[in-house]
Design a protein around this ligand. Sequence first.
Ligand code: IPD
Ligand code: CA
Ligand code: CA
Length: 266
Amino acid sequence: MTEPDAQALTALASATAREVGTHLLQWRRGQRSVESGTKSGPTDVVTTADHEAEAMIRERLLAADPNARWWGEESGRSSDTGAALEWVVDPIDGTVNFLYGLPGWAVSIGAVWRGEVVGAAVMVPTTATLFSASKRMGAWVDDDGHRSRLAVSGCADLSQALIATGFAYAAATRVRQGLAVGLLVSQVRDIRRAGAASVDLCSVAAGRVDGYFEGGLQPWDLAAGGLIAREAGAMVVERDDGSVVASGPKLAAPLQALLAEVGAWE
Ligand code: IPD
Ligand code: CA
Ligand code: CA
């Protein structure tokens, strides 16, 4: 491929996310308990399903282009062979929700072309909702067969804004994040902590929340959801340390100023 066919990459990501998401849902419903272990700390869980799903996704995506680079949360990043295409994948974003049988988890797949995300799919199997986007082609949601274009909310007033956030696994980071949320909560309509960063970004895209911020995220949390939010008209600011702020354009400046004031966006 000399130029990326972003829509073809998005179609492959979408079909794969849908297939693997459906498989995970059946797997989850068939299990009375989910076998799990931990990663960076005692609260950072990983299940056998995370590994199984990542292997399935990898097999399907690399079958289409065996030279593509791979970056998955569970299996890591393959060495740089100079390939233009890289898949950035979180097989289950929201593993704690998955573990507890809560609905807010997703399969997140981003197609990165020469360092830029050009195609994205985020599948939420429990509601049969597929979010997707291709660069410059808009963002879309397929809700159980009904396809519609996504657009961010027009909210401009912080006091009326519903803001999503999340917490890192590291206890010390959580304490800082919790203190910032404590200062923020009286300034906005309300706060949501749904449990999956990719879904939070899609919620911004869909106008289901007015803004979202979080720190300490990883490329696989952000790749797909970030493109979907941008293509729906969101201002998304990502920093190298994994912090992100996303909202409709009218809320961007006041939200960033408030986050800086409460110490959540220095
Ligand atoms: C986590 C989720 C969560 C966010 C954490 C992420 P995981 O991903 O996206 O919402 O707050 O920062 O690590 O571990 O469930 O893939
Ligand atoms: Ca994640
Ligand atoms: Ca994950």
